[in-house]
Write a protein that binds this ligand. Structure first.
Ligand code: NAD
Length: 259
């Protein structure tokens, strides 16, 4: 039997990269996706092949363009012969008050953080139905459950992801296809580093002080969640043990949502 295949969007950095590594370690062939330096992306694919003995390739599809998303899923299927796991992880952030929020940033965040999930699922589901099985994991956020100031587009998109997750789970409930979400709290990735830098500049404090205050405000453990911990949560949702978890969320958030 050929190895299973996972498509992980936004996997050239941060959480997506850790998800790709965790799934590769578990034996999945990986279709990487995301932006970045071409040499670095080639090196990521090479190290997945070398370290885990799996196949790894990169799709440059832009998650704000539906046709490119469709092509990415078709390419993964054609290259590897199956699409067993789809992880919708690509995401961006922009912070501003609602009155000042730029319209183009709103549209871009909704497209990449929410609509791309829909387009990828729409492309992958017929393949999964023909296979008779599949796992879809959407990377939402604590902001899929609660709000924070200055994050209107992000919070709206991440709430939307949880709604989409439930509907897809219901529409696939009589099959061996599941759809669930993982909701991370603060994870120290480039996306969050920008917010740390902005906090430090705004409050005129050191990076360490900015981190202490940002974690202190929201995340009771006072620790960052690690990208690898998100990868492990995704791997669990892809396991046999999770076959009856449907339309659900795993919050990996240092206690953020328990408050
Ligand atoms: P990151 O900036 O490190 O990585 C984002 C990835 O998405 C990169 O690979 C980037 O190239 C890719 N990407 C961005 N725009 C794209 C586009 N148009 N098309 C294709 N790929 C694109 O960010 P991260 O922190 O690893 O975030 C990954 C996911 O986790 C996002 O959905 C984010 O909302 C979510 N998340 C992050 C945190 C956190 O604290 N870091 C918390 C909760 C949820």
């Amino acid at each position: 039997m050929s190895a299973s295949t996972a498509i992980v969007t936004g996997s050239t950095s941060g959480i997506g990269l850790a998800i790709a590594e965790t799934l590769a370690e578990a034996g999945y062939n990986i279709l990487l996706n995301g932006f970045g330096d071409p040499t670095e992306i080639t090196e990521i694919a090479e190290s997945l092949r070398h370290d885990y003995g799996v196949e790894a390739h990169h799709s440059p599809a832009d998650m704000s363009v539906p046709e490119e998303i469709e092509t990415m899923v078709a390419e993964g299927h054609a290259r590897f012969g199956s699409v067993d796991v789809l992880v919708n992880n690509a995401g961006i952030q922009h912070t501003a008050a609602v009155e000042e929020f730029p319209r183009d940033r709103w549209d871009q965040i909704l497209a990449i953080n929410l609509s791309s999930n829909f387009h990828a699922i729409q492309a992958a589901l017929p393949i999964m139905r023909a296979q008779g099985a599949g796992r879809i994991v959407n990377v939402s956020s604590v902001h899929g459950h609660v709000g924070s100031v200055q994050k209107a587009a992000y919070v709206a998109a991440k709430h939307g992801v949880l709604g989409l997750t439930k509907v897809v789970a219901l529409e696939t409930a009589n099959s061996a296809i599941t759809c669930n979400a993982v909701c991370p709290g603060w994870v120290r990735t480039p996306l969050v580093q920008k917010q740390i830098d902005a906090f430090a500049a705004r409050e005129q404090v050191s990076e360490d002080e900015a981190i202490t205050r940002m974690l202190g405000e929201k995340q009771p453990s006072r620790n960052f969640v690690t990208p690898r911990q998100i990868g492990q949560a995704v791997l669990y949702l892809c396991s046999e043990a999770a076959s009856e978890i449907r339309g659900s969320t795993i919050n990996v958030d240092g206690g953020w949502l328990a408050q």
